[in-house]
Design a protein. Structure first.
Length: 422
């Protein structure tokens, strides 16, 4: 009788899990594979269990959320392996952007618990995912209400004649100056600088207090993290006041808000170029070329590349991809107009960023050919061949090999003729 009762409980529990709106799942961190996903994945994302089991994390999360998840998990995983079983390590709650089968994106809250499978010695993640898209929409409506109440968009300029009070640079090392490219402001603490960077990269957005705490003090207990935040805000306002800048950071309904319209930012300029000046689906014209050249001037290094801010890694990867994408389009634009000097200038810069990208090398080899620089063509191919063998233990792509074989003999003849001439 007792055995039947247990069996019935197991059946009832399985039926309960199957009928939940929340999706229950188990992920093996060692094999990086799902071991179980409940059928409610279909209501959540439109996928069958079989389809979801075959997915990789890269397939189901946006770039930003994937990086956030990796940042969250890496610290927990290492501490868990080292024997830490505190609640802040074993349990975690976070929200992420997840793709649905139809291509739409939902906001998903994921609650996880780390477990050690004693049979395999693998670390397992037991998770529950729930749709919080409606809650996020409610938060956005709340933000709009706050924006209306405080009428931040209509605040009169506090600077002289509407001039910029601060010049903020995100590409390369984070710097805040009172005049363009002058000595940056010295901060009382590194966290003060990081908080200002985190706030300003949001521009005029409203930022929840929890989001700030999670980004800057992920390991601290809530009460301690709040105290650290209040102290850092005080330091921030004090440091800015020394430069005659009044920074009004206010808290309403759990959201911080401020006005940055009097701050110049290279990040704002780059965003403006990406949003309004360059169409990724259209050919580059003369105006677009000028705009991308301006972006080249602004891009003094990867986004916050010299600052160890974990929350910036996803955006760093995003802006790097966008920069390489559009500057390579610019290189092709110059090449088709036979401006080989400009093409080489852009390609040299791209290869310095990513010397393993063979698309850049292939276009540069074509530049050497069309510019009658046959010695450069031979030398660059041999340098590329040596580098790829050293770094990847593989030859160049087939198209590059074909290009070289097609023009090698002709290039060598031209080199000999040129030497004989001199």
């Amino acid at each position: 009788m007792k055995k039947n009762s247990v069996n019935n409980s197991t059946i009832d529990f399985q039926q309960l899990v199957d009928q939940l709106m929340e999706c229950v799942w188990v992920f093996d961190l060692s094999t990086k594979k799902f071991l179980y996903i409940s059928p409610s994945i279909f209501q959540l994302r439109g996928l069958t269990v079989e389809e979801a089991m075959k997915e990789k994390l890269e397939d189901c999360l946006t770039v930003r959320s994937l990086q956030k998840l990796k940042n969250d998990s890496l610290r927990r995983y290492q501490r868990f392996i080292d024997g830490d079983r505190s609640n802040s390590i074993v349990y975690h709650l976070g929200d992420y952007e997840q793709y649905c089968k139809d291509g739409s994106i939902k906001y998903i809250e994921i609650s996880t618990r780390l477990e050690l499978d004693t049979a395999t010695e693998h670390v397992l993640v037991v998770g529950v995912s729930r749709d919080i898209t409606q809650r996020k929409l409610h938060e956005k409506n709340l933000i709009k209400t706050i924006r209306t109440q405080h009428k931040l968009m209509n605040v009169e300029p506090t600077g002289n004649n509407g001039e910029f009070q601060l010049f903020v640079y995100f590409f390369g090392k984070f710097r805040v100056c009172t005049k363009p490219h002058e000595n940056p402001i010295k901060w009382r603490t590194s966290k003060t600088e990081e908080l200002f960077a985190f706030l300003l990269q949001k521009e005029n957005q409203y930022i929840s207090r929890d989001e700030i705490l999670e980004a800057l003090w992920p390991e601290a207990a809530m009460e301690k993290a709040i105290k650290l935040l209040h102290t850092t805000i005080y330091n921030l306002k004090t440091d800015l006041k020394k430069t005659n800048v009044c920074f009004n950071l206010n808290l309403t309904n759990g959201f911080y808000f401020f006005d940055s319209q009097h701050f110049y930012s290279d990040l704002s300029e780059v965003r403006k170029l990406l949003n309004t000046s360059v169409n990724p689906y259209a050919e580059i014209d003369e105006k677009s070329a000028r705009d991308i050249e301006y972006a080249v001037i602004l891009y003094q290094g990867d986004y916050l590349s010299e600052n160890d801010y974990s929350w910036a890694s996803a955006q760093r990867a995003f802006y790097r991809r966008q920069f390489e994408k559009y500057t390579f389009m610019l290189a092709r634009y110059y090449f088709l107009r036979r401006d080989y000097r400009s093409t080489r200038r852009i390609l040299d810069m791209l290869i310095a960023l990513d010397n393993l990208n063979e698309d850049y090398h292939e276009l540069l080899l074509n530049v050497f050919l069309f510019d009658d620089d046959y010695a450069g063509f031979i030398k660059h191919y041999n340098d590329l061949l040596e580098m790829l063998q050293r770094e990847l233990n593989q030859p160049p792509t087939q198209s590059i090999q074909t290009l070289y074989q097609q023009y090698r003999d002709y290039a060598q003849i031209c080199i000999k003729k040129k030497r004989a001439h001199f």
